[in-house]
Design a protein around this ligand. Structure first.
Ligand SMILES: NC(=O)c1ccc[n+]([C@@H]2O[C@H](COP(=O)([O-])OP(=O)(O)OC[C@H]3O[C@@H](n4cnc5c(N)ncnc54)[C@H](OP(=O)(O)O)[C@@H]3O)[C@@H](O)[C@H]2O)c1
Length: 273
């Protein structure tokens, strides 16, 4: 399907947000935050390439929404990464906003976890994100315009015992994105790390953290829709770090002066509740 924007029905104009990007690519668009971003972009009339493994879910989105191009790919796989890189570099149908959202976690004691699963987690959360970021920025530099939104987590700001590899991968994502933000400053390219807190998606079943849903009170949960809108608004405004929700903004903002050792112990207490 072509990436040409279609004119939305008049009734939707009043609730439409206007974004500066005219095309997008979202990884992990088959559920949760990525799906919510895709819906938000479609409502704003931004044609979007959607990436994930479950092609049936992506096809359903394409049937329902205007301007969707489906790209089924496994991003833990070199071939899948190459397919997405090639699409991001395609100068005939430029992608102005790239969202590296696909990611997963694994909970449990590090020594008891499956090493192959952890390797896949690192491949997806770090290696694929780095490769796609590299392709995105190198395509954007000659154009002098572009937006890159990397989905990290509030878990990137402190260690997380029992989610150790996940927090470490997200620390990498926040650090990389902050560095890139500075590197490309003044070039017309915007780079933002989106750092959500607890968000009810398939993440909990995939990472075996379903107990969080009853363990943590309702006010700590954000919706995928709020996270998606905040991230898109903040990358459009070229914010370095985007933290959805007043509570999480305060926690992250206050996090600076807390000694590292204390943060680590507090995080351990929360995880093992
Ligand atoms: N939910 C939270 O509480 C939370 C908090 C902070 C940060 N985050 C981050 O938010 C991002 C989105 O997660 P979510 O909460 O929306 O979880 P989700 O509902 O599980 O969505 C994850 C998405 O990633 C895709 N994906 C997983 N493995 C993939 C692979 N090998 N290749 C291509 N795509 C793959 C999944 O699609 P397929 O299975 O179809 O491939 C799915 O579309 C992740 O980076 C996550 O770490 C989530």
């Amino acid at each position: 399907m072509s990436l040409r924007a279609r004119v939305p029905p008049l009734g939707t104009l009043a609730r439409m947000t206007s974004y500066p990007f005219r095309s997008a690519l979202v990884t992990g668009a088959s559920s949760g935050i990525g799906e919510a971003m895709t819906r938000e972009l479609a409502a704003a009339g931004v044609p979007t390439v959607v990436v994930a493994r479950r092609q049936d879910r992506l096809d359903e989105l394409a049937d329902e929404l205007d301007g969707i191009e489906v790209l089924a790919a496994d991003l833990t796989d070199a071939g899948g990464q190459a397919t997405v890189v090639e699409r991001v570099r395609d100068g005939d149908a430029p992608v102005e906003l790239v969202v590296n959202n696909a990611g997963f976690g694994t909970s449990g004691r590090f020594h008891e976890l499956d090493a192959d699963r952890l390797a896949d987690e690192i491949e997806l959360n770090i290696a694929a994100l780095t490769r796609i970021s590299n392709a995105a920025i190198s395509a954007m530099v000659p154009r002098g315009v572009g937006w890159l939104l990397n989905v990290s987590s509030v878990a990137s700001f402190q260690p997380a015992p029992d989610l150790a590899v996940y927090a470490a991968t997200k620390a990498y994502v926040t650090s990389l994105s902050e560095s890139l933000h500075e590197e490309v400053k003044g070039s017309g390219i915007n780079v933002t790390a989106l750092c959500p807190g607890l968000t009810r998606t398939e993440f909990q079943s995939v990472s075996s953290t379903e107990q969080y849903v009853t363990q943590f009170p309702r006010f700590l949960w954000t919706t995928a829709e709020d996270v998606a809108r905040t991230g898109l608004r903040d990358v459009a405004a070229n914010r370095t770090i985007s933290v959805p929700g007043t509570l999480y903004k305060a926690v992250v903002g206050l996090g600076g002066p807390i000694p590292r050792g204390l943060k680590r112990r507090l995080s351990g207490l929360v995880q093992r509740q």
